[in-house]
Design a protein around this ligand. Structure first.
Ligand code: SF4
Ligand code: SF4
Length: 97
């Protein structure tokens, strides 16, 4: 039998404090650092789903007669407001609650 060139990897020898940032899950959500939030004018929204299609975080949710951003994930990029063909979305400054 051919001898292995290297010994098998022994993960018990990895120091516990090695690179803790990369090994621990972060609770940070993209919605935590939003500077502006999209606000939908429900009277103007025709549920065309363009905002849903273009949102880079896929956070737009369907409601009974309109679409709106899921604010936990929405990062406030404004793409939805830019792309809405009915100008139904306004970006407004985020305020601390
Ligand atoms: S793109 Fe505008 S009109 Fe279309 S679903 Fe979104 S908010 Fe409504
Ligand atoms: S602001 Fe950006 S992340 Fe938020 S819903 Fe609109 S497109 Fe999506």
């Amino acid at each position: 039998m051919r001898q292995q060139a290297r010994k098998p990897f022994d993960k018990s020898k990895i120091p516990q404090d090695l690179c803790p940032i990369a090994t621990e899950l972060s609770e940070l959500k993209t919605g935590d650092w939003r500077a502006e939030r999209p606000v939908v004018d429900r009277d103007k929204c025709v549920k065309c789903a363009t905002c849903w299609l273009y949102c880079p975080t896929q956070c737009v949710e369907e409601k009974p007669t309109w679409f709106e951003a899921g604010l936990e994930i929405c990062k406030g990029c404004g793409v939805c407001a830019q792309e809405c063909p009915h100008q139904a979305i306004a970006m407004v400054e985020e305020v601390e609650e």
